[in-house]
Write a protein that binds this ligand. Structure first.
Ligand code: SF4
Length: 434
């Protein structure tokens, strides 16, 4: 979601005539987009902000915009005093405050000989460098903002506000414009993406929206995340299976494999129901890959309860498991009512057990692709090799002197590992006409 927000603010700045720079010293505007889902993310964001201090001291005209969950939906009043070097505070997903600050109500047009002003976007947590317009193949498009579910460990509803579906016209307008700029793949985003439209009577739901987006010329691949197990309908499965542009890859977190822990998390399902959902997805969407999220060391999680999670992961053999150690966030129900009683050392041990288990599983799943031909959408060249993804979202690297950016090519897999694969292009022999 933060990447999508950064893309959005970049696009707004380009509309104002700014150009992107990857050098902070050259920037007239620096946007620091922040995540606070874990304490370490918040610490990193504040660390990055203080690293900008010397730049601001050298150039007082530099505009620093702090954006995202650190600011939250309730605004910046408390932060203003603490962070005087910040010129503009923006809540998540909203480039509005920055745009008003920069334009003061007027759009600046370049005078002859004047160089365009430059901007840089930094990610406070992931160190994802940046966002550069015009070169993008794959873009994240938010379709639902906020979340009203209130899982007990989660800070997001407090930071991003209540669930709001974006109007279908806005979404499709944005996707058409992205397609016109050469974007080939869109990932529709929501904290609970499969609840899209629930708050809009008469509006489309997610299956209907997928059908509408499927008709946009130029968009060749569609993905969506993150789904919640309780809302993943059979109709949604059948829509994914039926529409060729919708990729067979589902992100649906379980978070824990023990019913008591799931109840304490207020997730709203049992491990049995999650297992059944995975079975149904596999039955209805052939060759589908499935990703999950898991938190270890939730308050009160015993060794036996953790082992239930271990067993679920071992049994289901999913393609991806995003793992996290529980991190207490001020204001959440878990922090207010539960004791963060699993020692950090124990959280790390559980994390590594799952990590090793999953590494073995994914290594075996990917090894089955060795020698097979798959279609890859290529995004960019990284250290001399083209990077792309299969329909099931596996990372593939290919060596080629051709410009593969934005192209879908058939490749033969020549090496597999748990986190990526290597492949070579399958090219049709040239037809010689005599
Ligand atoms: S569904 Fe739960 S974990 Fe996901 S954003 Fe909403 S409250 Fe947080």
């Amino acid at each position: 979601m933060n990447v999508a927000d950064s893309q959005r603010v970049g696009s707004s700045l380009e509309h104002l005539g700014y150009t992107f720079t990857d050098t902070a010293e050259e920037a007239d505007v620096i946007v620091l987009n922040t995540c606070v889902v874990r304490q370490s993310a918040e610490d990193k964001a504040l660390g990055r902000l203080s690293s900008l201090k010397p730049l601001k001291e050298k150039n007082p005209d530099l505009v620093i915009n702090l954006m995202g969950c650190l600011v939250g939906v309730r605004g910046a009043e408390k932060l203003r005093k603490k962070l005087p070097m910040v010129d503009v505070f923006s809540p998540p997903s909203d480039p509005g405050p920055l745009v008003s600050y920069l334009t003061q109500g007027e759009v600046h047009t370049l005078e002859t000989g004047e160089t365009a002003r430059r901007y840089q976007i930094m990610d406070g947590d992931l160190l994802l460098p940046v966002y550069e317009q015009g070169q993008l193949v794959s873009v994240h498009v938010p379709i639902v903002y906020g979340c009203s579910h209130a899982c007990t460990f989660c800070i997001i509803p407090y930071k991003r506000g209540a669930e709001r579906s974006r109007p279908v016209g806005d979404i499709v307008g944005e996707i058409r414009s992205l397609a016109a700029q050469g974007v080939k793949e869109v990932t529709l985003l929501g904290q609970i993406v499969d609840r899209y439209g629930v708050d809009v009577p008469d509006g489309p739901d997610l299956p209907a929206l997928l059908r509408i987006v499927h008709e946009v010329d130029g968009i060749e691949r569609i993905r969506f995340l993150t789904s919640h197990p309780n809302y993943f309908s059979e109709e949604l499965m059948d829509t994914v299976a039926e529409l060729p542009k919708v990729m067979p890859h589902i992100e649906v977190p379980i978070q824990a494999g023990d019913d008591h822990v799931l109840e304490n998390m207020k997730r709203g399902y049992t491990q049995r129901q999650y297992r059944d959902l995975v079975a149904k997805i596999r039955e209805r969407i052939p060759d589908c890959s499935i990703a999950t999220d898991i938190i270890v060391g939730f308050p009160g999680e015993t060794e036996a309860q953790f082992m239930q999670t271990y067993r679920v992961l071992a049994d289901l053999r999913l393609d991806v498991a995003h793992l996290a150690r529980y991190s207490s966030r001020a204001g959440t129900v878990a922090t207010r009512r539960m004791d963060d009683d699993v020692p950090d050392k124990e959280k790390r041990r559980r994390f590594h057990l799952l990590e090793n288990l999953q590494e073995g599983i994914v290594g075996e799943i990917n090894a089955k692709l060795l020698g097979q031909t798959v279609e890859v959408l290529f995004e960019e060249k990284v250290k001399g090799r083209w990077k792309g993804r299969t329909p099931t979202n596996k990372l593939v690297f290919v060596e080629s002197d051709d410009d593969l950016r934005g192209k879908i090519e058939r490749v033969t897999v020549t090496w597999t590992g748990p986190w990526s694969m290597q492949a070579s292009l399958v090219r049709q022999p040239a037809v010689i006409s005599l």
